[in-house]
Design a protein around this ligand. Structure first.
Ligand code: T3D
Length: 260
């Protein structure tokens, strides 16, 4: 079985990390597959939304701690694992101009939690847990965690999560603003499908620019950001989807967006 199951349907690239016995922890093979699939999804205009989830009872337990080779003569340097395996995943998710949804079906620990937190929409099953597991093995939050967590949850909660490494349940993750939604386990799949269907039939260019504008805002003053909004909005108004949106509104019908 492949360590990553990839299926494209109805404009959605569905990526399922598939090492359930090891809680979908990240080996270099799984990271390479994720990086390949995300790169293809970013470049393919027929794909209008990316969905990332895990097989079995976990979303992802972070770096596979067996795959580092600590007991060999040539263990991998952590900086190389981050630079070549894990950080490219974060860069691809944040960098692609289309929405990425993480469907957190179960436990998300270490880099697994932070990959989820960097997605554009994070939906979690009520039984899922998020763990900044790094401190339990003498490491610091990585995969963007030390940048993302204070911005999403505020400093006090971010530091609490990172310094204590306690599991945070999905409901609290929603209350703290770390994720979009926690839903009952038996409603999870249906809710995920509703979200990806809405995104994959949406005005893709505008959704991509919305994502980009939010990301860019981190480095802008309001005055600078008004200029970006002006320019992005001008670009959005040249799309077919904008014309369709206006036309549908005027004719009291549902817009049929084609993502261009
Ligand atoms: O070099 C570097 O480290 C680079 C840094 C990278 C960033 C990181 O992600 S660092 C953080 C790495 N992740 C962790 O430290 C989490 C380790 N896992 C856990 O703490 C627990 O497994 C969980 C809290 C996630 C889940 O606990 P539980 O009780 O539900 O399951 P379990 O029994 O611990 O795990 C089930 C199996 O998955 C088990 O294997 P076994 O005994 O059935 O053969 C366990 O060893 C395996 N597993 C879980 N996580 C990992 C793993 N195997 C390898 N690597 C893992 N990260």
């Amino acid at each position: 079985m492949s360590v990553l199951i990839e299926e494209t349907r109805d404009g959605v690239a569905r990526l399922t990390m598939n090492r359930p016995q090891q809680l979908n922890s990240l080996t270099s093979e799984l990271c390479a597959s994720l990086n390949d699939s995300l790169t293809r999804a970013a470049a393919d205009s027929a794909i209008r939304c990316v969905l990332l989830t895990g097989a079995g009872r976990a979303f992802c337990a972070g770096q596979d701690l067996d795959d580092i080779g600590l007991d060999t003569k040539t263990p991998r340097q952590i900086k190389d694992i981050l630079e070549y395996d894990i950080n490219p995943i974060i860069r691809l998710i944040r960098g692609m101009d289309k929405p990425v949804v993480c469907a957190v079906n179960g436990v998300a620990a270490g880099a697994g939690a932070n990959i989820a937190f960097c997605a554009d929409i994070v939906i979690a099953a009520a039984s899922a847990r998020f763990i900044q597991a790094f401190r339990h093995i003498g490491l610091i939050p990585d995969a963007g965690g030390s940048w993302l967590l204070p911005r999403l949850a505020g400093n006090a909660r971010a530091l609490g999560m990172a310094l204590l490494g306690e599991p945070l349940n999905a409901e609290k993750a929603e209350q703290w603003g770390l994720i979009w939604k926690s839903v009952a386990d038996d409603e999870f799949i249906d809710e995920v499908e509703k979200i990806v269907s809405s995104l994959a039939t949406g005005p893709t260019t505008a959704l991509g620019m919305t994502k980009r504008a939010f990301i860019e805002s981190a480095g802008h003053s309001l005055m600078e950001h008004l200029n970006l909004e002006r320019d992005f909005q001008q670009a959005a108004s040249t799309t077919e989807d904008y014309k369709e949106g206006i036309n549908a509104f005027m004719n009291k019908r549902k817009a049929q967006f084609h993502g261009r």
